[in-house]
Design a protein around this ligand. Structure first.
Ligand code: UDP
Length: 311
């Protein structure tokens, strides 16, 4: 099989490249490196199954030969990144999704869209099930990501309904692990970087907002299982183990072995107050659930950041 992964040099994309190569696929990794990191795929360059295509998927592309699967993961994905690149974020969710779907149609390929828990916005239902339509501020600062992904879902369903494309949609909840960028601004790299440097840990707001963190290997397993199912509605993938950001900061402090002060900073605009996936659909459909507990996942992630800071 030949599998195209857009955003293949990103945090999740690069883990997918590894997984699909391990499954015997030829992998085409497409990235323009605005937030992707060449280091994430460095180890694959000499692998004959691996091809890197430097391209912005928001622009039209033609690729020679058959393609069996397209996984559309290209997008800035951390709030800091998409606030830094608001227009490229809107373009890759809309034009980039359109181009990826057009390619899937031309090649008669399976298609999988990386959507997000952000489609639920600041949710009024808890935990979030796939049939909840969400509470998004379209003109707020996070709207560039949320609305782009909502559009991407609509476009994906339209290609499925109008052209019979074998599409899949996952809604990814907070995911963490090795290959996150230390400077992507998200809570895991921010706090772990601060802990390792012996700085105070920045908690936004009073830290009572919640998130549910999924280790990257669990997410990749869910993605792999869904791609080969005949199911086209969105599927939440995430770890339902919910924690407040303040408690999470304390866990990181104790794991790092440093005495860390907590420094409270203003809560960013439209920061969701709660987030936790209902994963009944993934459990039933895929027989999937997260295996890596937070202690273990965080330990591995902290070791990864320790290594990158030494390098
Ligand atoms: N956050 C924090 N300190 C930081 C970075 C983030 O308290 O240094 C908070 C942020 O306000 C949010 C949560 O941690 O409530 C998760 O933020 P992240 O940027 O990881 O992604 P989000 O889940 O908001 O998309």
């Amino acid at each position: 099989m030949r599998t195209l992964i857009t955003g293949g040099a990103g945090f999740i994309g690069s883990h997918l490249c590894d997984r699909f190569i391990a499954e015997g696929h030829d992998v085409l990794c497409l990235d323009n490196f605005i937030t992707g990191n060449p280091v994430n795929i460095h180890h694959l360059h000499d692998n004959p199954r691996f091809t890197l295509i430097r391209h912005n998927i928001s622009n039209h592309i033609e690729i020679d030969g058959p393609i069996d699967n397209i996984l559309h993961f290209a997008s800035p994905a951390s709030p800091v990144d998409y606030l830094r690149h608001p227009i490229p974020t809107l373009k890759v969710g809309s034009l980039g999704t359109h181009n990826s779907l057009g390619l899937a149609k031309a090649k008669n390929a399976r298609f999988l869209l990386a959507s997000t828990s952000e489609v639920y916005g600041d949710p009024e239902r808890h935990p979030q099930r796939e049939d909840y339509w969400g509470n998004v501020n379209p003109i707020g600062i996070r709207g560039v990501y949320d609305e782009a992904k909502r559009f991407a879902e609509a476009m994906t369903m339209a290609y499925h309904r109008s052209h019979g494309i074998n599409t899949h949609i996952i809604r990814i909840f907070n995911t963490y692990g090795p290959r996150m960028r230390l400077d992507d601004g998200r809570v895991v790299p921010n706090l772990m970087g601060q802990a390792l440097r012996g700085e105070s840990l920045t908690v936004y707001g009073d830290g009572s907002q919640t998130r549910s963190f999924c280790y990257v290997s669990d997410l990749v397993e869910g993605i792999f299982r869904l791609l080969f199912k005949d199911f086209h509605e969105p599927v939440n993938l995430g770890n339902p183990n919910e924690v407040s950001i303040l408690d999470f900061a304390k866990e990181i402090a104790s794991l790092s072995g440093h005495e860390c002060r907590i420094e409270f900073k203003p809560l960013p605009q439209d920061d969701p107050k709660v987030r936790k996936p209902d994963i009944t659909r993934a459990r039933t459909l895929l027989g999937w659930e997260p295996k890596v507990d937070r202690q273990e996942g965080m330990r591995q992630t902290l070791e990864y950041f320790r290594g990158t800071m030494r390098a």
